[in-house]
Design a protein around this ligand. Structure first.
Ligand SMILES: C[S@@+](CC[C@H](N)C(=O)[O-])C[C@H]1O[C@@H](n2cnc3c(N)ncnc32)[C@H](O)[C@@H]1O
Length: 252
């Protein structure tokens, strides 16, 4: 495996330091009968982020943290792998695996450089994991490599609109006016946070997917009220891989 990029090393330190504060949320999510997503806890029955039939499918969670999304997929019959940059997060995941009697591989590593061969998975997902903390110009092509023909990628991350309008303290609610240019956003280092986040506009995400031969892209609005879900459904022509990128924009 290649030497870790600086942002991955920084995020490793950051997540080792904060992992303890994610234990309770991880325990709660492992205990759920059916998945719910995002800061409004929108139920899976409304969002359909997971494929309807996961039985016997190979799935990977990129930046799995305490691995509750992996657990939801394993309970639905998938053969799951979770990868995460933080050994402490994975320690919680391993304990919960033992408690729930649910075993699947948990890999300590960087989702931009995954130690699995090409075309290993049918489905890839990231919930505020690699899709927020890894470089999209690295992890999206890497995921495309990992997916089989007709494979699918779904991810859920922060609202891009919120990122545009948040102040330097990233406080809530966001401002009504833009605080930064959509064209300049890629890597963000918030003052007071040692981690490195990544945010791309929908246009940049779309062109990133396009530039690696992903076709069949589009955005779809989903839920109502304060919430707005966007979906990109690209298809990787090179690998013949269908990929769905689903983002949940939660601050509208
Ligand atoms: C907010 S958590 C999301 C995971 C899970 N949904 C949860 O809440 O436990 C973010 C996770 O992304 C992981 N992460 C950050 N950068 C990563 C990278 N380059 N590769 C793999 N995992 C990464 C962190 O270690 C952390 O566990």
């Amino acid at each position: 495996m290649n030497e870790l990029p600086e942002h991955v090393r920084k995020n490793r330190v950051r997540w080792e330091a904060t992992a303890q504060s994610y234990v309770a949320a991880g325990e709660g999510a492992w205990n759920l009968d059916s998945p719910c997503w995002g800061i409004w806890g929108t139920p899976e029955s409304k969002l359909h982020l997971l494929p309807a039939d996961l039985v016997g499918r190979d799935a990977i969670e990129l930046g799995c943290g305490t691995a509750y999304v992996s657990a939801w997929m394993a309970k639905r019959g998938a053969r799951v792998v979770g990868i995460d940059n933080s050994e402490s997060q994975l320690a919680t995941a391993r304990r919960l695996q033992r408690e729930y009697g649910l075993e699947f591989p948990l890999v300590h590593g960087n989702a931009e450089d995954v130690p699995y061969p090409d075309c290993s998975f049918d489905f890839a997902i990231s919930e505020y994991g690699a899709c927020l903390w890894a470089d999209p110009y690295r992890w999206i092509p890497e995921t495309s490599r990992l997916l089989r023909p007709h494979g699918r990628l779904v991810f859920l991350t922060n609202s891009f609109l919120h990122t545009l309008c948040a102040d330097e303290r990233e406080s809530y609610p966001a401002h009504e006016a833009l605080q930064r240019s959509a064209f300049e956003i890629h890597e963000i280092r918030w003052p007071g946070d040692s981690g490195v986040e990544f945010h791309l506009s929908h246009g940049r995400l779309d062109s990133t997917a396009s530039s690696i031969g992903i076709r069949d892209r589009g955005f779809a609005r989903g839920a109502s009220g304060r919430k707005c879900d966007h979906q990109i459904r690209p298809c990787d022509a090179r690998l013949g891989t269908k990929v769905a990128l689903r983002r949940s924009l939660e601050n509208q």
